[in-house]
Design a protein around this ligand. Structure first.
Ligand SMILES: C[S@@+](CC[C@H](N)C(=O)[O-])C[C@H]1O[C@@H](n2cnc3c(N)ncnc32)[C@H](O)[C@@H]1O
Length: 239
């Protein structure tokens, strides 16, 4: 069975992450801390994925690059939290072009998680977190499949070559991202040379997209690999 580059990486013992956190922060934070591994994403990325998916009330999410399931956990947890729901005071519902009844209605929420190298860790994590109903595991290369779904959020963290990342952006953002939806590309920093230069291929892709000026964007600098959040324009709402 072939392995991804990330599967060959070693994680040193991170003992503090194994401790149960204060119950106030609950099981989700405990699972997040426990799931930090070499080759996976940093905690700040997971927190942001969860927050963004909840904030935009995501129904469909596409994740490219699952590895041991850290980002999968955070995105699927957001869908679960959205299903539990909450109430906003009427005073918050002021925007004339938003159908609040439709926005807040029950939905069939789904995370399409794409990775050609499935791991038992990701399967177990999603089962342990009781999130299986939210995740469709697609164990193929992102370029070998065509999804029909319109996504509210696309998280791109798969093939980290310049060409691979660019292809994912082209294919999935053009075909699968709804107007007003968001996409994130992870690993803006990395691939340092001995002159301490950041040679991240993901940075090269991100900088090109930024230079085109089509998408609003924000670099979230977590002091670890970090990521850029882009927003697809929505002419109906943005004017
Ligand atoms: C950096 S890891 C993903 C980390 C994960 N998102 C997290 O938050 O921990 C990259 C993953 O992308 C997967 N991958 C590589 N090429 C891919 C492709 N063409 N399509 C989808 N996934 C790919 C690898 O198997 C690996 O599991």
């Amino acid at each position: 069975m072939p392995q991804s580059l990330e599967q060959q990486m070693y994680t040193e013992p991170l003992l503090h992450n194994q401790e149960i956190v204060d119950p106030y922060f609950g099981e989700f934070f405990t699972l997040m801390r426990r799931s930090l591994v070499s080759g996976g994403s940093e905690l700040g990325l997971g927190m942001s994925l969860f927050s963004l998916a909840v904030s935009i009330r995501a129904t469909n999410i596409i994740e490219i690059g699952r590895f041991k399931g850290f980002s999968t956990l955070c995105l699927a947890s957001a869908l679960k939290f959205l299903d539990i729901g909450w109430q906003e005071p009427l005073q918050h519902k002021q925007r004339p072009n938003i159908d609040y009844a439709a926005l807040e209605s029950a939905k069939n929420r789904r995370l399409y998680s794409i990775d050609p190298f499935p791991t038992t860790e990701a399967d177990s994590l999603i089962q342990e977190a009781c999130l299986t109903e939210y995740v469709e595991f697609i164990n193929q290369r992102s370029q070998d499949i065509d999804l029909e779904h319109q996504a509210d959020l696309i998280f791109i963290d798969g093939d980290h070559s310049y060409e691979g990342c660019k292809q994912d952006v082209f294919k999935y953002v053009l075909w699968n991202l709804r107007p007003g939806g968001y996409f994130i590309i992870h690993d803006y920093y990395g691939w340092y040379d001995n002159q301490q230069r950041n040679n991240s291929p993901i940075k090269a892709v991100a900088d090109e997209i930024i230079a085109e000026g089509v998408f609003q964007h924000l670099l979230i600098d977590t002091c670890y690999p970090s990521f850029v959040v882009f927003r697809n324009p929505n002419p109906q709402i943005d004017t």
